[in-house]
Design a protein around this ligand. Structure first.
Ligand SMILES: [Zn+2]
Ligand SMILES: [Zn+2]
Length: 252
């Protein structure tokens, strides 16, 4: 097995971080902030120091996520998982369905880990790193304390043990997951007007939803979906009102 097989995942994952977080950052924060002013969720701007801290922690998290994934899929531990290298083992329809199930599983994992990390004994030692971004930017998507990064990275074990995932499905899932994560930390609401009246609004998170978690420090613990917050009654009671205010500004 060549060294490149181990190095390539680190390079591609770091590139994904810098491209998927960097492009929205350039568009919304550097080149066209005035164009999107009405979409800004919090009216003040984060500082350069915030961006630097977010990037450094996110690079650290990326390295941890890739290391843990490689430890599973490149070692004998792989035999305990349902990970496989070719998609031909399963029908093509399994790719999108597998990704949706993966997002639901990760949202559940994240919700409960996240709520646990909000326990006062853990919050200041660990989760505070993420909450230093009270006005998050796309760079904050992976801005976690090293311990939180390790806990989040262990989700790959849960995923690969529970459901059959091909290499391509795993890569596509991580791209989807990271893109939604960037949207949640964008600092701008970009959802179309129709989203509010559709069924999707009832189950999916928005950028406002996660932004309120950063500005209010409690409530809205879900990552991709509103489902757990609604079941456990942890959604911020002002969420829909705040979302409507911002969308009213965008679509008067
Ligand atoms: Zn939190
Ligand atoms: Zn966050």
């Amino acid at each position: 097995m060549s060294v490149i097989e181990y190095i390539l995942p680190f390079i591609t994952n770091l590139l994904r971080y810098f491209i998927f977080a960097g492009l929205p950052f350039l568009i919304f924060y550097v080149f066209f902030p005035n164009t999107y002013a009405k979409s800004k969720i919090q009216l003040y701007s984060a500082k350069k120091n915030d961006f630097v801290r977010e990037i450094l922690h996110s690079v650290q998290t990326t390295l941890i996520l890739v290391t843990v994934a490689l430890l599973i899929i490149k070692s004998p531990l792989k035999t305990y998982t349902q990970f496989h290298n070719t998609i031909s083992d399963y029908s093509l329809w399994w790719i999108p369905l597998g990704i949706i199930i993966s997002l639901l599983l990760q949202d559940t994992y994240f919700y409960w880990v996240h709520r646990t990390l909000h326990h006062p004994k853990l919050y200041h030692r660990i989760h505070l790193t993420h909450h230093k971004s009270t006005n998050p930017s796309p760079w904050a998507s992976y801005s976690f304390h090293v311990f939180e990064a390790i806990i989040e990275s262990l989700f790959v074990i849960v995923l690969l043990v529970l459901i059959p995932m091909s290499k391509i499905s795993l890569i596509l899932f991580t791209f989807c997951a990271f893109s939604i994560n960037v949207y949640g930390h964008l600092g701008y609401e970009i959802a179309p007007k129709w989203f509010r009246t559709s069924f999707l609004f009832e189950i999916l998170n928005s950028s406002v939803h996660h932004n309120m978690h950063h500005s209010k420090f409690k409530g809205n613990y879900g990552l991709y979906f509103r489902i757990w917050d609604r079941i456990m009654k942890t959604e911020n009671p002002d969420y829909v009102k705040t979302y409507d205010e911002i969308q009213k500004r965008r679509f008067p």
